[in-house]
Design a protein. Structure first.
Ligand SMILES: O=P(O)(O)OC[C@H]1O[C@H](O[C@H]2O[C@H](CO)[C@@H](O)[C@H](O)[C@H]2O)[C@H](O)[C@@H](O)[C@@H]1O
Length: 359
C-alpha cells in the first residue's frame, strides 16, 4: 500500500493514454509539467472546449450507426468495422463463456452509465430494482466489485448490496464487503480489505471543493460533487456558451494545486490527486486481495462506459486475461474487447452469466 502512496505522475494520465483529454501538447513526466499542461492558457482552452463538446451526446465523435435509409456507405463501414473489433458481449456470449470456462470469474462493474443510465442530476442516478437483482445474482456466484468515480459511500447508497467490494473515487477508496457473501475469502478477510492510497490529499480536496463551490456559484447549472478523494464539476446543465468560462474558472483554482490533475468524463470535469493510481490499479489490487494476482485460472470481467474505465481495460489487455466490455451506443476509441449498448444490455449480460453458471 505505502509504495503506491507516493505522489508521482501516472504513466498515462493526461498524456499518451488512449483517451487523453485534453489532447497531448507536452511530453510531461513530472507533477510540474502536468500542472503546466493545465495552465497553458488560451491555446489549451481550445482543446478543453473541444473535448468538453465531444463528451456531449449532442456532439458525436464518429459517424452515427446507420439508419435503414439515407446514410452513406462510409458511415456503415466505420460502424461495422468497430463492431467487428468490439463485438456485442451478448451476441458473443458463447465465446465469452467458453473463454471463462474452468476459470474463476471476478466481476468488476462501473456505476454511472453502466448500472444506471446517464441522467441530468447526478443525485438521481438511481439503479433499477431489476438491475440490483441482476448484480445480486452475479455476486452470488462470483466475487463482484463496483468501481466508480463516485465517493464510496455515495455509490454504496445507490447500489445497496453489502456483499460487494466497493472501489470509490476512481479506485482510490477500496473496501471489502460488509456482509458475508459467497466469496473466495473468509468473511473476516473479505471485510478487512481496505485501500486508500490518496488519504494525504483529503484536506487539499476539501479546500479545492470549497473554492470550486464558490467559483461555480456564478455559473447557472454548474454543480460541484465531492467524491471524497476526487471532485467532479458537472457542466451537463450549463449553457454551452459558458463552458469555456467554467473550464477557465476550474483551471484558475487548480493553478495553486499542482498535485491535483484535471481530466474529463461525460459532461464533467474531474479533479483527482496526481498519484499512480486509477481504476486499473484498483482492479489489480482487488485481484491481489482475493488471492488471484498471479493465477492463470482467473477471468476478470470489467464493464464500464467512460474514459477512466480504459485504465482497467488496459490492465486486462496487459494481463492477457478476462474481458473488457465497453458500454456505448457509438463506436469509440477503446481498449475493451467487447461492447454492450446500454445499461439494459448490461443487465441482460449479467443475467445470462448467472443462467450459464446455474446450468
Ligand atoms: O466511474 P463512474 O461510476 O462512471 O462515475 C463517473 C462520474 O459519474 C457521475 O457523473 C456522470 O453521471 C451523471 C448521472 O447520470 C451525469 O449527470 C454526469 O453528466 C456524468 O458525468 C458522477 O456524478 C461523477 O461524480 C462521477 O465522476
Amino acid at each position: 500500500m505505502t509504495k503506491h502512496g507516493a505522489v508521482v505522475v501516472p504513466e498515462d494520465a493526461a498524456v499518451g493514454r488512449h483517451f487523453s483529454f485534453p489532447p497531448p501538447r507536452t511530453g510531461g513526466d513530472s507533477c510540474k509539467k502536468l500542472a503546466g499542461q493545465v495552465d497553458l492558457g488560451a491555446a489549451m482552452m481550445g482543446s478543453w472546449l473541444d473535448s468538453m463538446k465531444a463528451s456531449s451526446p449532442r456532439h458525436r465523435l464518429v459517424a452515427p450507426r446507420v439508419a435503414a435509409t439515407g446514410s452513406s456507405d462510409a458511415d456503415e463501414t466505420e460502424d461495422d468495422v468497430w463492431m467487428e473489433k468490439h463485438p456485442s458481449a451478448l451476441g458473443s456470449f458463447g465465446a465469452v463463456a467458453a473463454a471463462a470456462s474452468g476459470k474463476q470469474v471476478v466481476m468488476f462493474l462501473d456505476y454511472d452509465g453502466t448500472l444506471s443510465p446517464i441522467v441530468e442530476d447526478p443525485d438521481r442516478a438511481v439503479m433499477t430494482e431489476e438491475m440490483r437483482d441482476a448484480v445480486r445474482g452475479v455476486a452470488e456466484h462470483f466475487p463482484t466489485a463496483i468501481v466508480s468515480g463516485r465517493g464510496r459511500d455515495k455509490v454504496f447508497n445507490f447500489v445497496r448490496l453489502e456483499e460487494l467490494y466497493y472501489a470509490g473515487s476512481h479506485g482510490m477508496d477500496i473496501k471489502g464487503p460488509t456482509a458475508d457473501s459467497n466469496h473466495h475469502l473468509t468473511p473476516s478477510k473479505a471485510k478487512s480489505v481496505l485501500c486508500q492510497p490518496a488519504s494525504e490529499f483529503l484536506p487539499m480536496i476539501g479546500e479545492v471543493h470549497d473554492a470550486l463551490v464558490a467559483k461555480m456559484a456564478s455559473i447557472p447549472g454548474a454543480k460541484v460533487e465531492n467524491n471524497k478523494f476526487c471532485l467532479s464539476v458537472h457542466f451537463r446543465c450549463v449553457e454551452e456558451k459558458t463552458w469555456g468560462a467554467l473550464a477557465e474558472q476550474v483551471r484558475a483554482v487548480l493553478r495553486d494545486y499542482p498535485r491535483l490533475l484535471l481530466t474529463q468524463g461525460r459532461m464533467v470535469l474531474e479533479i483527482r490527486p496526481v498519484i499512480k493510481w486509477d481504476k486499473g490499479r484498483a482492479l489489480e489490487f482487488l485481484l491481489g486481495a482475493l488471492g488471484f494476482a498471479d493465477r492463470d485460472d482467473v477471468f476478470p470481467i470489467y464493464i464500464g462506459d467512460d474514459r477512466t474505465d480504459e485504465d482497467a481495460f488496459k490492465v486486462l489487455r496487459g494481463r492477457g486475461q478476462g474481458a473488457g466490455i465497453l458500454v456505448s451506443k457509438f463506436p469509440k476509441d477503446t481498449l475493451a474487447s467487447f461492447s454492450l449498448r446500454d445499461p439494459d444490455e448490461v443487465k441482460g449480460f449479467l443475467r445470462q452469466l448467472v443462467r450459464s453458471s446455474n446450468s
